[in-house]
Design a protein around this ligand. Structure first.
Ligand code: PEP
Ligand code: MG
Length: 323
């Protein structure tokens, strides 16, 4: 199976009944691009930009950022590259940022919250993205969004950066898609409202699981509770997919769950159109997509949503594969 999967890694993935499911890679730096391409990534579904900030001892300059983003965009040509804006705070500290200690960092001042409160830092990144966007098919994604005004504020800053760059005579990408991560339960619960302001949504099951189940993703003592297959998490996934479909926008998944080949049929059945994962998982997930029939997958997902817990979900998807 593995051999067959590797042989066909370069081919786009269609279900057995002909629906395209886009299979993308998650990357953490331009150094990951080769592995993504070699494994058949049809695009980048999540470029975590934190590395740029973490590997430096200073806030990365606009030029430094343009260089990084441009490398990735050029490597992928006209294929989509989703670049996520800075997701700092939570468990990710930056020594030079001098972030204040928080009692509950995961519920604190992280990601888009930090960026909106520090517009200079945020605008440096947005300017770099707009400039780099000239060199490929850029999609910008905001992390940890939980309400509409965060999206509006971020888009206002993006528009401001565009005007400034144009006034300076810089070349700026003409059309860029703007989207959000759905990784806070609130965003999934009223995804229909958030969908009005964005071009795409990508579900981050790593955080969505920790927030939905109130189980810290890094705490060993609650590791048995932290389960992305929990039907409550899957219901939020379904709800988000329904909202996106009704709004006519693309919905994907870039959390770890997306790269689990056992879950592929159920994820297609929940309504996901794009799955993004670590490069090594791509060939096998593509091969799984090729086995999927849409209607039975939908029924499989419906059944999983009625399960008692995550282990029952896994038993249901295993059984679904045998039938
Ligand atoms: C997620 O939360 O699922 C996600 C993809 O983002 P990160 O793992 O970087 O928090
Ligand atoms: Mg996250």
């Amino acid at each position: 199976v593995r051999e067959q999967a590797l042989k066909r890694a370069d081919e786009d993935a269609f279900t057995a009944d002909g629906h395209r499911i886009q299979v993308f890679a998650n990357i953490g730096s331009p150094a990951d691009v080769d592995a993504a391409l070699q494994n058949g990534a049809e695009g980048i579904g999540l470029f975590r930009t934190e590395f740029l900030y973490l590997e430096n001892d200073h806030w990365p300059t606009e030029e430094e950022q343009v260089r990084s983003y441009r490398q990735v965009l050029e490597a992928f040509g006209d294929k989509p590259v989703v670049i996520r804006t800075l997701d700092i705070g939570g468990d990710k500290d930056l020594p030079y940022a001098e972030l204040p200690q928080e009692e509950n960092p995961f519920l604190g001042h992280r990601a888009i919250r930090f960026c909106l409160a520090n517009p200079d830092i945020f605008k440096t990144q947005l300017r770099a993205l707009l400039r780099a966007g000239v060199h490929g098919n850029l999609w910008i994604m905001f992390p940890m969004v939980e309400n509409l005004s965060e999206i509006r504020e971020a888009k206002t800053l993006l528009a401001e950066c565009r005007r400034e760059l144009e006034a300076e005579g810089a070349e700026v990408a003409a059309s860029i898609k703007v989207g959000i991560m759905v990784e806070v339960p609130a965003a999934a619960i009223y995804a229909d409202v958030l969908a009005r302001e964005v071009d795409f949504m990508s579900i981050g099951t790593n955080d969505l699981t920790q927030y939905t189940l109130a189980a810290d993703r890094g705490n060993e003592r609650v590791a048995s509770l932290y389960d992305a297959s929990h039907p409550a998490v899957l219901r939020l996934v379904r709800q988000t997919c329904d909202a996106a479909r009704n709004a006519g926008i693309l919905v994907g998944m870039c959390g770890e769950l997306a790269g689990d080949p056992k879950m592929t049929a159920a994820l297609v059945g929940l309504g996901l159109q794009e799955l993004s994962m670590s490069a090594g998982a791509i060939p096998e997930v593509k091969e799984e997509v090729r086995q999927v029939e849409t209607d039975p997958a939908r029924q499989l997902a419906d059944k999983a949503l009625q399960a008692e817990d995550g282990s029952q979900v896994r038993a249901i998807v295993e059984k679904g594969k045998m039938n």
